[in-house]
Design a protein. Structure first.
Length: 377
């Protein structure tokens, strides 16, 4: 016998089921957003624009043009965006174009934040985009205060903050990429965990080296030791300076390098930067070798591993040429920019390793460890 139900019974049945759902709180399937190409591509564009900005900042320091435009946020009394190009001469050219490039990166971060809030449902993406915007605002303010207050220490902080912002926007690129949504498919093997530890160690060492380099550059110590690979013809630089030493080095290297007023601090901060190249080289080679030997086939790791080896070779070469060629502005600035690129690429490796390891459950980690041990018996 077929029973028929009227509309009233159907409505009542639906309402009763909805009421039960509210009381019991049945899980409701919600569509999750895993990848947003618009936000990711805009983040990549922002990161790409940051790299030449760092190079231009290096040119400002190399040409000692940091105070060529003595006011901020204006440029010689003009609105920064209406400053006549006819006045972009000498050091003003390097400082003003650096400001305009910084404003362009700031504009890109505004677009990035808007795109994240308009097109992405993931709260962490939205708020990280806001954090990127705030970070570039802080960086720009530090640069402006360096001019207004004429403080060399702020110039050092400004240079280091640029490296950190570069890493921040690179991390955002990784977290909004397809890799981040597909990282659960990668086996969290002990090799990945070793890469994580080595990459974080390498990032710390490279960052320390870049900090020493920033102090050296802003202390006008780029040629405090004018020969290479020796230091004034010896293995270690001098521990004291007297008139006889100054006369000797001027006679040997010439009077146009400022060695008549060089200080022990300048000499030893330069020497510390040279020594710092050794742990950077060791850590980067160890990281790349570990990836290429134990993570073959994982392009997300092998490609940046090859990149950091190439960047390391370029960076060491640029550092040597900076001394031997007496610190030409373009080579010295490229040395700064490639150092930032090496730091950022190493940080990308670390971020990807973090993504794989942090996504894995304790059971996944245990199983991968057992499989690794069995394969190596």
């Amino acid at each position: 016998m077929i029973r028929t139900y009227g509309t009233r019974h159907l409505v009542a049945g639906v309402e009763s089921r909805l009421e039960i759902g509210r009381l019991v709180r049945f899980p409701t399937p919600v569509q999750r957003q895993e990848y947003n190409p618009a936000v990711h591509r805009l983040a990549l564009i922002t990161a790409a624009a940051t790299f030449p900005l760092i190079f231009m900042g290096g040119l400002v320091t190399s040409h000692q043009a940091g105070m060529s435009v003595p006011d901020w946020p204006n440029s010689w009394g003009y609105n920064m965006f209406t400053f006549p190009p006819s006045k972009w001469v000498g050091g003003i050219l390097f400082e003003h174009t650096h400001r305009l490039a910084g404003a362009f990166v700031g504009f890109l971060t505004i677009l990035l934040a808007i795109a994240a809030w308009k097109t992405d449902r993931r709260p962490w993406v939205r708020w990280t985009a806001v954090a990127v915007l705030l970070a570039v605002c802080v960086q720009g303010t530090i640069g402006g205060l360096r001019v207004v207050l004429s403080q060399r220490d702020l110039a050092i902080v400004h240079g280091i903050a640029a490296q950190l912002f570069f890493c921040f926007i690179a991390a955002f690129c990784v977290m909004t990429s397809r890799f981040w949504t597909e990282r659960k498919n990668i086996d969290p093997s002990p090799a990945i965990r070793n890469v994580l530890h080595l990459s974080l160690l390498s990032v710390a060492i490279i960052l320390a080296q870049l900090i020493v380099g920033a102090i050296m550059r802003h202390s006008d110590a780029g040629l405090a030791i004018p020969d290479f690979p020796t230091s004034y013809g010896r293995l270690f630089p001098p521990t004291q300076i007297d008139d006889a030493f100054r006369l000797e080095v001027i006679h040997r290297f010439g009077a146009n390098l400022g060695l008549n007023r060089v200080t022990l601090f300048q000499i030893w901060i330069h020497f510390a930067h040279r020594i710092g190249a050794a742990p950077v080289t060791i850590s980067v080679i160890a990281l790349a070798a570990t990836i290429l030997r134990r993570l073959r086939g994982q392009r997300a790791f092998t490609r940046p591993a090859c990149a950091i080896l190439a960047l390391l070779a370029i960076q060491v070469t640029l550092g040597i040429l900076t001394v031997l060629l007496r610190k030409p502005a373009d080579i010295a600035s490229a040395h700064v920019a490639v150092g930032a690129l090496l730091l950022m690429t190493t940080w990308v490796i670390a971020m990807r390793a973090i993504g794989v390891v942090r996504t894995a459950t304790p059971r996944d980690l245990a199983e991968s460890g057992v499989q690794y041990a069995a394969a190596n018996e």
